[in-house]
Design a protein around this ligand. Structure first.
Ligand SMILES: C=C(O[C@@H]1C=C(C(=O)O)C=C[C@H]1O)C(=O)O
Length: 100
């Protein structure tokens, strides 16, 4: 067992199918629920990222690793295209802080 992400954070299917909605209100409720989950996951990601950075700097390493970040950006680009790159950059900035 790894370091304890509970089952609510288990990997989602690669591309979950969107439900067919019957109304705008229903669709907006679903979007609001998705956004709550996205924000919660980003907060967890940020905490894990900070722990990794602390571990690495504690060993005398750099806080930031551009090679790793490029892999992450490429994965977002593969799945979501140029807007995915924008999201990846925003997520990275939020999780690891400023580069300067
Ligand atoms: C978390 C890490 O440290 C930094 C933060 C990253 C992130 O938030 O994804 C990625 C690379 C590093 O710049 C890591 O190296 O994995």
């Amino acid at each position: 067992m790894d370091a304890g992400l509970d089952s609510s954070l288990a990997p989602a299917p690669a591309t979950p199918a969107a439900p067919t909605i019957a109304s705008i209100d229903e669709g907006r409720r679903l979007i609001d629920d998705i956004d709550v989950q996205l924000r919660a996951l980003v907060a967890v990601r940020r905490d894990i990222s900070r722990q990794i950075q602390t571990l690495r700097t504690g060993e005398g390493g750099p806080r930031v690793q551009h090679g790793r970040e490029n892999e992450i950006i490429a994965a977002w680009a593969d799945d979501l295209g140029p807007r995915g790159v924008e999201i990846a950059l925003a997520v990275l900035t939020l999780c690891r802080g400023s580069l300067t």
